[in-house]
Every structure is written in structure tokens, then in C-alpha cells.
Design a protein around this ligand. Structure first.
Ligand SMILES: O=C(O)CCC(=O)C(=O)O
Ligand SMILES: [Fe+2]
Length: 388
């Protein structure tokens, strides 16, 4: 680990060279040791020399501004509200999720302003035939027509598939770094990877028009792992260290920023840290673009079933960190973590977007929110059976 980092007070985000993990020997051991420190104490890293082709990365970087420059009507035609899978275009203000957790800012003080396009490789609906309604939240995306932006879908899908492969490889490195068998996290993913559909996004952060506007307020990601491509040379991402200070995480060419999500934090009983971060939209004239990819767990697992068997030295590192952390780790299982992950996920989605829940998943919506939008969700049966 670089010398400016100590578990309690790191002052910059470390870089790991992925290629070292692919060469058995001392370099790989060193990679895993650094990774372990980062997982427990930092939760954020830059990954260099990764397996995703730079040609594909550069295409995605070039397409990011081009997509947002398309005529507004063309973007509105693929608005995510038309997608049962919640894939497609979100206009500025399309998503106003205010994150109240662990931030120092008051939750009502901030409006999040960003334009985004959520995408994924298509999934075959037959894969979920016979499954309950909550399993049918994946599918095909909404894409702009080919003619005004030729090669766009092919480049993004190519990128998606390569990052997806990297993400599962990285998950097995995380298991090894924590002293587990490299296959220890397989139980959280479907063996048929096509049964999962991680989400990726193109993001554009317009310059704020008032001090109350920001890109994204302080939050932790919900999923397992996030791979973020900073797609323009414009900073804005900040990471909160154990002492509560905000550290810049500026773009570095050729790298991904990798961070840990709350699903991984819970699966590891708090050992892996889902670190808070935020985006302060730059004032302009340059615009920040980014492309996050969110790996998630299978829809058919229960996060609360986690019982990781770490060696004592890993638990010791966890205890040492907990004594220094300025906030409690929020890994306690909620009621929803005791349900199958797919049921939990769709419940959150329809809660955040009730009009879409009513439109695309009406039976599910009625089951989960029998007293209408805005009411508390009903406890769903553990096997999700009545949701079909
Ligand atoms: O755009 C970025 O730099 C970060 C995005 C992010 O944190 C998120 O989408 O969860
Ligand atoms: Fe995030």
C-alpha cells in the first residue's frame, strides 16, 4: 500500500494494477494484500491495466457527449418510464433521490441534477418464465435509432460485456484477498450469468444553476461492486474517508474507479466498507461525463443468509477499523434483506417510481402497496410466491 495511506487517515485513493493479479507469484500476493487493506479500510480504488479493451473504452468516451447532444425528442422517445426494465433515458430531474444517510448535508437542502441513460445487454424474457413477477424486472433496453448515432449500441454492449466479465473476476479476487476460497462469492451470483442483468449508465452533469444543486449527494451504492469510468477530464467525484474528510477522486486515464456497495458490505458482515461518496457538479464550461457499471447479486438469494468464514486476522482488521470509523457501519439486516433480493429490488424500484410500478407491474404494485402509493410496503412472503 502506498506510504501516504494509513487505515485511519488515508489522504488519497490508491491504485491497484490489475495485471499483477493475473500473474501467480509475489506480485499477485502483494496485490491481494493491498486489496485486503483497501476493502476493509477504504472501500475505493483506482484499477489500472485492467482487462477491458482501451479501444472499447475510448469509443464509450467518444459516444458520451454525442448521445446527450441528440435532439431532445429523440431522447424523450426512449424515456425510461416506457421500459418495464427501467432502462433508458432519464432527463434532468427524472430522478430526485435525496440521500439522507450518513451525509453532513441536510437531506432536503439538495437537488440532484444529472442527465442519464441506463443501459444493459438485452436479456431473454424466457429465462424467467414460470418465475414470480419480481423476477421479470430485466429485459431489453430502449436505444436511440442507429442512423443519427451509428455504432452506439454495439459499442456500449461490447463495453458492458467486458466490464461484466471483469467484475466477476474481481469478485473472486476479493474473496481470495479476504482469505476465502476464490469461489466463495459464487453463491451470490447465478451460475448462468445471463440470468443477471447489471445496470450501467452514461451520466452527464450539467453545470449547477444554484448553490442548492449538486450532481449526486452523499450516498453509498446499493449493489455489490461499482466500476466507474470517468469519461471526461473533469473532476467532481469525492470520497469520504474514515475521519469524515472529503477526498477528491479525479479522473486518471486508463483506470476505473472501483467501489464497494452495501450488498457486499452486508454479505461480509461489515468487513468490506461501502464508502460514502458524492459528485459536486463542476461549474462549467467543461462538462463531467461518467459511466458507472453496477454489479449486483442474483435475484434468488437472501442477503441475510450471509455467514462468511473469514480467518481471525480479517476479523481483527475489521475490529481495528471499527474503533476508528466516525460513523457506525450500517450493515444490520433490514426486513427487506430477509426477502429474496429480486423481491427487495423491485419493491424499492416501485416505491421510488410508483407511477411506473402501477404501469408496468400493476399486480406486484397492488400486492406490495395495498394502501396505495406512499404507504409502507407490506411484508412479502419469504418465497415471494403470491407475487406471481
Ligand atoms: O458519476 C460519478 O462520478 C459517480 C456516480 C455515482 O456515484 C453513482 O451513480 O452511484
Ligand atoms: Fe455512487
Amino acid at each position: 500500500m502506498p506510504s501516504d495511506i494509513t487505515p485511519t487517515h488515508y489522504s488519497s485513493i490508491p491504485t491497484l494494477d490489475y495485471s499483477k493479479s493475473q500473474r501467480p507469484g509475489p506480485e499477485r500476493d502483494e496485490f491481494l494484500a493491498s486489496l485486503r487493506d483497501i476493502l476493509v479500510n477504504i472501500g475505493f480504488l483506482y484499477l489500472s491495466n485492467h482487462s477491458v479493451s482501451m479501444e472499447v473504452v475510448n469509443k464509450v468516451i467518444a459516444f458520451s457527449p454525442k448521445f446527450f447532444e441528440l435532439p431532445q425528442q429523440m431522447k424523450d422517445d426512449i424515456d425510461f418510464t416506457n421500459s418495464r426494465a427501467f432502462l433508458g433515458y432519464f432527463n434532468v430531474g427524472g430522478e430526485r433521490v435525496i440521500h439522507a444517510r450518513s451525509g453532513t448535508e441536510g437531506p432536503s437542502a439538495i437537488t440532484e441534477t444529472r442527465e442519464q441513460f441506463t443501459f444493459a445487454a438485452d436479456r431473454d424474457p424466457k429465462l424467467t418464465e414460470g418465475y414470480p413477477e419480481w423476477a421479470k424486472q430485466d429485459g431489453s433496453g430502449l436505444w436511440p435509432p442507429e442512423e443519427p448515432i451509428p455504432g452506439f449500441k454495439a459499442a456500449l454492449v461490447d463495453y458492458y460485456e467486458q466490464v461484466e466479465t471483469l467484475s466477476y473476476s474481481f469478485a473472486s479476487l476479493i474473496a481470495e484477498a479476504l482469505g476465502l476460497d476464490s469461489t466463495a462469492f459464487e453463491q451470490w451470483f447465478d451460475q448462468d450469468r445471463k440470468k443477471m442483468q447489471p445496470r450501467a449508465k452514461l451520466m452527464r452533469y450539467p453545470p449547477p444553476s444554484s448553490p442548492k444543486e449538486t450532481g449526486i449527494a452523499s450516498h453509498e451504492d446499493r449493489g455489490f461492486l461499482t466500476f466507474l469510468l470517468q469519461a471526461s477530464n473533469v473532476a467532481g467525484l469525492e470520497v469520504r474517508n474514515l475521519s469524515g474528510e472529503w477526498l477528491p477522486c479525479p479522473p486518471i486515464d486508463g483506470t476505473f474507479v472501483v467501489n464497494l456497495g452495501r450488498a457486499l458490505e452486508k454479505i461480509t458482515r461489515g468487513v468490506c466498507l461501502a464508502t460514502s461518496h458524492r459528485v459536486l457538479s463542476p461549474p462549467g464550461p467543461e462538462v463531467r461525463y461518467s459511466v458507472p457499471f453496477f454489479t449486483n447479486v442474483s435475484m434468488y438469494v437472501r442477503i441475510a443468509d450471509a455467514d462468511p468464514q473469514f480467518p481471525q486476522e480479517v476479523w481483527d482488521m475489521y475490529q481495528a477499523r471499527q474503533r476508528k470509523l466516525d460513523r457506525p457501519v450500517e450493515w444490520m439486516y433490514s426486513r427487506m434483506d430477509k426477502e429474496l433480493a429480486g423481491l427487495t429490488r423491485l419493491t424499492y424500484k416501485v416505491k421510488n417510481h410508483p407511477e411506473m410500478g402501477q404501469r408496468h407491474h400493476p399486480v406486484f404494485f397492488q400486492e406490495v402497496f395495498p394502501n396505495g402509493p406512499g404507504s409502507a410496503p407490506k411484508t412479502a412472503p419469504a418465497d415471494g410466491a403470491v407475487m406471481a
